[in-house]
Design a protein around this ligand. Structure first.
Ligand SMILES: [Fe+2]
Length: 318
């Protein structure tokens, strides 16, 4: 792939950080406007693809649309997405998750202008991922699949994709973490990422993603790891929801608790955090986390998530 790109007469933009900032997007959009490019090829992980989506509408200041609910313009430059991780599913969604470091806010912008024109998925491009990125992006796939299934905005057409994606992650993530050159497992994880991306594109994510935004913005925890931190807790909370129990049994677990335990075991097997002890959270820190976890996606959770539940969650993770 890099050989192909090196032979294309194209302008390059590589100043995209792990949590792309609105200023990086503005800079990229300015580069596109100046050079008059007629297509964008985004080669990278979710951050690169998300930044490219937001830059493709080439507005002067993307911050005007970040966390404001304002609609992004429809006119945009077509985007070809080439993922080098198997995680975000960004190559098939209409979402761009950006950070505004000035305001400390991390939030998605959703627009149909952001759908890539083409997604090229080659599992061989994911082989060079560091182990920690394999782990974090892999657990993100599981969260996309599970949250899309139990979302209040669930759709019958998305359910089989979610179940298949979740099963693939449960069966292959630890394997690919142990052996990064296991091409069969890499292929299965790329498939899982794509299916989960399709599964959550319409139902959207829920509680684990809502909590991940402040965990990443305030404590720098990588996106997938931040989502995975709360997944087993919310599986147990959502046990009251019939669809969550259905998902658990469709995945072959005899109970919701068994499902939650399998998620904890998987996180440990791939070296992900299972608590927030590294951050010695004070009561004030927990207050802030609870306040900032009420992202709109929280409303998609099948069970109402109250402050009381969030305090319980963060105290257990502390
Ligand atoms: Fe995600």
């Amino acid at each position: 792939m890099y050989e192909i790109i090196n032979n294309i007469d194209a302008d390059r933009f590589s100043e995209v950080s792990a949590n792309p900032d609105v200023e990086e997007v503005n800079h990229c959009a300015k580069t596109i406007r100046k050079s008059g490019n007629d297509v964008i090829i985004a080669v990278g992980g979710g951050s690169v693809i998300d930044a490219a989506k937001a830059a493709s509408v080439t507005v002067n200041d993307i911050a005007k649309y970040h966390g404001t609910g304002r609609s992004v313009p429809e006119t945009h430059i077509p985007l070809i997405a080439v993922p080098t991780t198997s995680g975000t599913g960004s190559e098939v969604t209409n979402t761009s998750v950006l950070t505004n470091r000035r305001t400390g806010e991390k939030a998605p912008i959703v627009s149909d202008s952001f759908y890539p024109k083409l997604a090229l998925i080659d599992p061989m491009l994911t082989i060079s991922m560091p182990k920690s990125v394999t782990a974090s992006t892999g657990i993100d796939v599981l969260c996309h699949a599970v949250e899309s299934y139990w979302s209040r905005r669930h759709l019958p057409v998305c359910e089989p994709l979610a179940v298949k994606a979740a099963r693939l992650v449960l069966d292959h993530l630890a394997r690919v973490y142990e052996n990064p050159y296991d091409t069969d497992a890499r292929e299965r994880m790329s498939e899982a990422s794509l299916l989960a991306g399709l599964a959550f594109s319409l139902p959207k994510t829920t509680s684990s993603h809502a909590c991940s935004y402040p965990l990443t913005a305030l404590y720098g925890i990588p996106h997938g790891e931040a989502c995975g931190l709360t997944l087993d807790y919310f599986i147990k909370v959502n046990a009251k929801d019939e669809r969550t129990r259905n998902l658990s049994s469709e995945l072959g677990f005899s109970s919701v608790n068994e499902f939650a335990d399998a998620v904890v075991r998987l996180k440990k097997a791939v070296g992900l955090r299972t608590n927030l002890r590294d951050f010695t959270l004070s009561e004030k820190d927990i207050d802030e986390l609870v306040r900032k976890s009420h992202h709109p996606n929280m409303l998609n959770n099948p069970i109402e998530i109250t402050d009381e539940i969030l305090y319980d969650l963060y105290h257990k993770l502390r």
